[in-house]
Design a protein around this ligand. Structure first.
Ligand code: SF4
Length: 636
């Protein structure tokens, strides 16, 4: 063990780095990296991010787990990212394995490889990384000499398409459960030399709540292709795996010395996590369902974390992250305090996710005190009717008031996010998108005429395509055919011809595949393998996306992608992810779906009565509003 680490380091620095683009992606000696003793640390884990360095390094989950695991004396955690094609070529040409950035250790030498599943279109990169790491792709082919391969993150809530490749999934928040998994490995390693016996280890892990081991479950399919039954093969595994949740965010670890990369990454900034969860209840939103209930961090703790972060890293921007940061109970006072504390250091505050209705002139003016970053609003749908269907509890007036306040405060650029292809969408809803965009642009122009804005008015409209996601009220809905989505985009492109408006849209064929894997079952593992073997990787990068290869892979495996993505699933049908329990009941999701079709909205349980989603009693965790202020007092 460990024999390859030194040669790998020198081959890399002497022969490879000068030949690849952005070599800083592979150096691994950034500020605040942790280099623990490989020989003396009993359990070694690689955190594998199935995309490029600059994407992965912007991910808060990686920052959290990196710090958390490396704080433990018996465990080390090193990073590995998907190498870009030029680096992959160099490795393959020389027969070199994929390696971690800290120790330049081949993936095979770790006890545990942990993938994070942020989006479906990274799945082929997982296969590619395992192959480059010289680890058998299929879980069934791994022996005691191979590392354990685990995965977590939002896509783990429908783990089935990856069931063949992943030994064990973590369902829910990882901070506690990951330490339990590493602890189990340490224990087994201390009782016998070398790696633990895989069968013994998996049985041991199956007892940890929130751990799902696909090999211990058997899936039976009906004649018409749907999942008929998912049966536990082993007596000790639960029929349903319930997600893990951190009960109190004030008590959980948060990294205040994150790594500072040498190169520009997607989000180059301090990240302060205000809360987890969102109970707005948008019916298409998976994050809004699977991260329930809302749990806020106390403002005092946030200020202390901010202070430590500013001391340890030198960014000029502090991002207040969460699913809907403007909803934090004490958002205005927190922003004021942070600005008072750091304005003198030239640090600006940004809110990446601004809710339209919680946005206020005050907030707009506060956050722009140091430097103006872009403003983004997500009305999601063009008419009130459709916004009620999706439970986006905002009105056009809310949006116009918010953008008006923004222009009045001096912003010249506003981004608006919408979705096309939402259930029940009509032509009038598309017209509504164009109307809103034009009205917003006109508001900007009027402030420009009054001399408040000197720059050109810029309204960017982006539309994504609706993707039915597991564990949401819209999980039963079919996706529009690709041609219909394209027609809708063409229509909007015509309607949005205005020099103040820029229109961006997502590739519907990519959204189609996303829907296939979001609602997919175990059989899709064959398709993933075939697509990867044909050369699919970095699918979410347009220059790499190979539609024809994907279609050939489906045909080869005898599976119809349209059946997975576009079919309206009856309530009575068993869903491939029904054995994964987010705490939100299926009964609630069905009721929400029915309310959607009736155009009835559901209130946010923070401000109103409990709407009965089931998560609090199931997980024995309550909604926690620690931001203080009037909102919190009113809420329960
Ligand atoms: S159980 Fe009730 S209070 Fe808890 S998150 Fe669901 S709706 Fe809100």
């Amino acid at each position: 063990m460990g024999g390859l680490r030194l040669p790998l380091r020198s081959i890399l620095t002497d022969q490879i780095l000068s030949k690849v683009t952005k070599p800083t992606r592979y150096i691994g000696t950034e500020w605040n990296t942790v280099h623990k003793s490989w020989e003396k640390t009993p359990v070694k884990m690689a955190f594998a991010f199935p995309d490029l360095y600059e994407v992965g390094m912007s991910h808060l989950g990686l920052r959290i787990l990196y710090g958390l695991v490396n704080e433990q004396p018996d465990f080390l955690l090193e990073r590995v990212f998907a190498p870009w094609v030029d680096m992959e070529e160099e490795l393959r040409r020389r027969g070199l394995p994929l390696f971690s950035l800290e120790s330049y250790a081949p993936l095979r030498e770790f006890d545990l490889i942990g993938f994070t599943l942020q989006y479906e279109m990274s799945y082929t990169n997982i296969l590619n990384m395992l192959d480059l790491g010289q680890i058998p792709l299929r879980s069934a082919d791994r022996t005691n000499d191979d590392p354990l391969v685990i995965a977590g993150g939002p896509c783990a809530f429908n783990p089935e398409p990856l069931a063949d490749f992943i030994d064990c999934f973590v369902i829910g928040e990882g901070e506690e459960v990951l330490l339990e998994i590493l602890g189990a490995i340490r224990e087994l390693k201390s009782s016998r030399p070398g790696r633990p016996d895989r069968a013994v280890l998996l049985r041991r892990l199956a007892k940890i709540p929130g751990v799902y081991i696909p090999a211990f479950y058997q899936v039976a399919y009906g004649e018409n292709g749907q999942v008929e039954e998912v049966k536990a093969r082993e007596p000790m595994v639960p029929p349903r795996v319930i997600k893990r949740v951190i009960a109190d965010l004030d008590r959980v670890y948060f990294p205040t010395r994150p790594i500072v990369p040498f190169m520009e990454i997607v989000h180059d900034r301090i990240m302060l996590e205000l809360f987890r969860g969102c109970q707005r209840g948008c019916r298409f939103c998976q994050a809004g369902m699977i991260y329930r209930p809302v749990r806020e961090r106390s403002p005092e703790i946030l200020r202390r974390q901010a202070e430590e972060l500013v001391k340890s890293i030198g960014y000029e921007e502090m991002s207040l992250t969460s699913l809907s940061s403007g909803d934090y109970c004490a958002i205005e006072s927190l922003i004021k305090q942070l600005l008072n504390d750091y304005e003198k250091d030239g640090i600006s505050i940004s809110l990446p996710s601004l809710r339209i209705d919680s946005f206020s002139v005050n907030l707009a003016q506060e956050v722009q005190r140091v430097r103006k970053s872009g403003l983004t609003f997500a009305p999601e749908a063009g008419t009130q009717r459709l916004r009620d269907v999706i439970n986006k509890n905002v009105t056009e007036d809310d949006l116009l008031q918010a953008t008006n306040a923004a222009f009045a405060a001096g912003w010249s650029a506003v981004k608006l996010y919408f979705m096309v292809g939402l259930p029940t969408e009509e032509r009038a809803d598309l017209d509504g998108i164009a109307d809103i965009a034009l009205r917003v642009a006109d508001l900007g122009t009027s402030w420009q005429k009054r001399g408040h804005i000197k720059k050109r008015i810029q309204v960017t409209v982006s539309t994504s395509c609706f993707v039915p996601k597991a564990h949401t009220p819209f999980q039963w809905e079919g996706q529009d055919p690709i041609s219909v989505l394209q027609e809708k985009q063409d229509y909007l492109r015509q309607k949005l011809r205005d020099k103040r408006i820029t229109y961006n849209w997502h590739d519907p064929s990519l959204s189609f595949l996303e829907a296939v894997f979001a609602r997919g079952d175990r059989r899709l593992g064959r398709v993933l393998t075939a697509a990867w073997q044909k050369g699919c990787k970095f699918d979410s990068w347009s220059e790499h996306f190979k539609w024809d290869y994907w279609m050939a892979a489906f045909a080869e495996c005898g599976l119809d992608p349209v059946w997975y993505a576009q079919r309206r699933i009856p309530y009575s049908e068993r869903l491939p992810w029904d054995h994964i329990d987010s705490g939100v009941s299926k009964r609630y999701l069905q009721r929400e779906h029915e309310q959607a079709l009736a155009g009835i909205v559901t209130a946010d349980c923070r401000y109103d009565a409990c709407t009965g989603c089931g998560v609090c009693p199931t997980l024995e965790v309550d909604v926690q509003l620690k931001g203080g202020g009037q909102t919190a007092a009113l809420s329960r």
